[in-house]
Each structure stands twice: as C-alpha cells, then as structure tokens.
Design a protein around this ligand. Structure first.
Ligand SMILES: C[S@@+](CC[C@H](N)C(=O)[O-])C[C@H]1O[C@@H](n2cnc3c(N)ncnc32)[C@H](O)[C@@H]1O
Length: 172
C-alpha cells in the first residue's frame, strides 16, 4: 500500500525556491500532501500536482490529478515543472514515496524526461537532488535535450546535502 509522503526538510527547501517563481501554469510531479501547491497558487494562474497517491489533507489550493508523472498532460503546457523525486538509493522500488532506484536517480530521470516534454520552450524545471545522487546522470540527460542546469539553493543536513537545481533551454 502506497503512503502519502509527509513534508520534510527536502520539501521545505523546494518550497523556499518555489517562492521565487511566477507565471501562468505550473505542475508539481509527485505532489504528496500538496503543501508545495499551496505556495505555488500565490504566484501562478493554474497550479496542478500529480501523484500515485491522493493527498490525505484538503488541498490548500491548486488541482490534483492521480497520475503517473505528467502522463495526463500535453506537450509544452507548463511555465514551471517542479519535483522532489523519491531519491533514496534502492535495489527495488518498495516504497514509491522515497525509493529512487539505482543511485537513487532512476525516478528523478523518469520525472525529468516527462518534465522536459510538458514544459514550454521558455519554461523552467526545478529538481531537488541529494548528495546520495550522482548528478552526472541528470546532467547527461540535460545535455541530450540541450538544457542547462544551475544551482538555485542548497542545504547541508547532518547526513546529506540537499540542492535544488533549475533546468532550462540552453539558448535562453
Ligand atoms: C519525496 S516525495 C515528495 C512529496 C512532495 N512533493 C514534497 O516535496 O513533500 C516524492 C513523491 O513522488 C511521488 N511519486 C513517486 N513516483 C511517482 C510517479 N511515477 N508519478 C507521480 N508521483 C510519483 C510519491 O508518491 C511521493 O509523493
């Protein structure tokens, strides 16, 4: 049985970065209990989250679709696509809230491929990664799609470093 992810340090770091962005439309892939959506509704006209598990709390704003990643949306739809993927290294995915597969990056890569598809050409992707995750595998996919990756903010916890990166089309 899948469980709802409860907001943690990673959620709060992503939330701080989200406050700097605005636009017409925004998607959070893997929106958990919807806390990040309630921040995004203050600066975006349309806000939606997807997850494999419905939120347990009433949404503080925005819409929710029970869906795999961004599979329910058309190409080039969103100004911002954000995600805090499951990122713990795991042999198998037993708990989709936290298990990220090989290097903890398989889930992030799958989210990223979908985010690239649904973001507008002028859009931005925000991705949260941990020091458990080799960034090179993400950078490789970015290069393949002509995207650049820049650090927005990081935080050192006693057991890991967390960082949020912005990913955009290289020519912007
Ligand atoms: C680390 S939690 C982050 C939750 C929330 N965004 C936050 O920051 O607190 C990762 C979320 O991704 C969701 N998830 C995992 N695989 C998914 C998939 N294929 N499609 C949509 N959501 C998925 C999990 O259920 C979980 O809610």
């Amino acid at each position: 049985m899948n469980r709802v992810y409860l907001a943690s340090e990673d959620s709060l770091l992503l939330r701080r970065v989200l406050q700097r962005f605005s636009g017409q439309s925004c998607l959070e892939i893997g929106s958990g209990n919807g806390g990040n959506l309630s921040v995004l509704v203050k600066s975006f006209g349309f806000v939606v989250g997807t997850d494999l598990v419905p939120p347990e709390m009433p949404l503080g704003g925005g819409e929710f679709v029970l869906a795999d990643r961004a599979s329910c949306f058309r190409d080039y739809t969103f100004d911002l696509v954000a995600f805090n993927p499951p990122y713990l290294p795991s042999e198998e995915v037993e708990d989709p809230a936290v298990d990220g597969g090989r290097d903890g990056v398989d889930a992030a890569l799958a989210f990223l491929e979908e985010a690239v598809r649904v973001m507008k050409s002028t859009g931005t992707i925000l991705i949260l990664l941990s020091s458990y995750n080799p960034r090179e595998r993400i950078e490789l996919i970015c290069r393949k799609h002509g995207l650049t990756m820049t650090l927005e903010e990081s935080e050192r916890l006693f057991y890991e470093n967390l960082a949020v990166y912005a990913i955009r089309r290289a020519q912007q």
